[in-house]
Design a protein around this ligand. Structure first.
Ligand SMILES: Cc1cc2nc3c(=O)[nH]c(=O)nc-3n(C[C@H](O)[C@H](O)[C@H](O)COP(=O)(O)OP(=O)(O)OC[C@H]3O[C@@H](n4cnc5c(N)ncnc54)[C@H](O)[C@@H]3O)c2cc1C
Length: 380
């Protein structure tokens, strides 16, 4: 067993962080304040091999595996988690195409996404069903050679900037609850698609989040991804790969909180001594550092399990659960260490605090992760 990163991964880590410092840092304040999605940054990231890095070279990716992708996510999120999300989630939804799609689908969608020429979106959540992923109601009905889709989706990342959606639809309403779904690729400019950006997010404000509605949207049957009726199970597999990546966002954000706090604790004095000389401050820094290190181990192991062809969904749920918790904990501790200054926008910790909370909500709430892990424990 070797806990060191390979030379390639180490270089990828340095390159990603440098890219984030050069490209994300200067845009961070403006994109956050104005809820601005920067396509230019996503395109530059694609030119540097940072978009869809987990995708093999044959389909346009950097072939860095999910471990490489986790490292990229961590380094970008150290600088700006929202802009970082725009980059690492530019292929969101393509996981199903890669694992279950036909060769034609893979060649049509994966290379342009990796090149930054197309953005994809995974459209699953609905206005009336989020955690209950078998409770979605969007319907796709066969009509000749086509499917006709009706329904709406909520909180869809990249919703107004994407070129296509991978949509979870009910295609087999009379089958058992979990066997009713299929994933279908829908071009975002198809007739009957309406997309409305959701403004006013608390954090990750530079990311694009939208409500999508489908009204008699007609797509050919060959847009179905994988076997009909297997959509629910494909979505479960999707979470195995995406949850460790969300955890990696928390890792990067947690590290940023720790770095900022150590710096501040050395500079700021109270009672004639640096804050960092007080054991109460050291306790907060220590707790942050230990959680970050433990999280890194969990994420890397979880990503490694995907890359070695045996994705471990319990590890993925644990990483996501602990990633959200760690980010929220570190952001809170960092803000406290900064005192009143942490509460104003001039200091980055205010943004970290706002950005952190989403990690306990999307890609499965923390309660959803507990349900997943708890079920496994009780089945033993
Ligand atoms: C910024 C942002 C981006 C997002 N991006 C995407 C995206 O790209 N694609 C996509 O499909 N979705 C996306 N989502 C949706 C996100 O995944 C859902 O919001 C999330 O899964 C929770 O669903 P919900 O909001 O419907 O909450 P609900 O499911 O209504 O849950 C509300 C609360 O009840 C709890 N709860 C629910 N069931 C139980 C239970 N059985 N036991 C105990 N507690 C329970 C939940 O944990 C939560 O605390 C995004 C959301 C946001 C905010």
């Amino acid at each position: 067993m070797d806990f060191e990163l390979t030379e390639e991964l180490s270089m990828l880590k340095d390159m990603s962080y440098k890219f984030a410092q050069n490209e994300l840092a200067p845009a961070s304040r403006e994109c956050d304040a104005n809820e601005k999605y920067s396509m230019d940054i996503v395109k530059k990231a694609a030119q540097n091999g940072l978009v869809g890095a987990w995708i093999p070279e044959a389909y346009g990716g950097a072939d860095a595996g999910f471990l490489g992708n986790a490292i990229i996510t961590e380094q970008l999120s150290r600088v700006d988690m929202g802009i970082g999300l725009n980059i690492v989630a530019a292929p969101f939804g393509c996981e199903a195409i890669y694992y279950y799609g036909t060769e034609e689908q893979k060649m049509a969608y994966l290379p342009p996404v990796c090149a930054g020429e197309m953005i994809s979106a995974g459209a699953y959540t609905e206005p009336d069903a989020g955690t209950d992923v078998a409770g979605y109601r969007t319907r796709a009905v066969k009509d000749g050679e086509d499917y006709v889709i009706n329904g709406s989706k909520m909180f869809i990342t990249n919703g107004t900037v994407c070129s296509f959606f991978v949509v979870q639809c009910i295609t087999h309403p009379d089958d058992k609850r979990h066997a009713r779904f299929s994933m279908i690729i829908v071009p975002s400019d198809a007739e009957g698609v309406t997309r409305n950006k959701i403004p006013g997010k608390m954090g990750i404000r530079s990311s694009d989040t939208a409500e999508i509605s489908f009204e008699d949207v007609r797509v050919p049957q060959e847009n179905v991804v994988g076997e009909e009726g297997r959509g629910f199970y494909q979505l479960m597999h999707f979470f195995d790969t995406t949850r460790p990546m969300v955890a990696a966002q928390g890792l990067g954000l947690g590290q940023a909180c720790l770095d900022a706090s150590v710096r501040y604790a050395k500079e700021r004095t109270a009672f004639g001594a640096p804050l960092g000389s007080f054991q109460l401050t050291q306790a907060k820094l220590t707790e942050m550092a230990v959680r970050i290190e433990a999280l890194r181990g969990l994420i890397y192991r979880s990503a490694y399990s995907i890359d070695s062809g045996k994705p471990d969904f319990t590890l993925a749920a644990m990483a996501k659960y602990f990633g959200g918790q760690t980010a929220v904990f570190c952001a809170n501790a960092a803000l406290e260490i900064h005192g009143g200054y942490g509460y104003i926008e001039e200091y980055a910790v205010q943004k970290y605090y706002r950005d952190a909370k989403i990690l306990e909500l999307y890609e499965g709430t923390k309660e959803a992760e507990i349900m997943t892990i708890g079920k496994v424990l009780m089945s033993k």
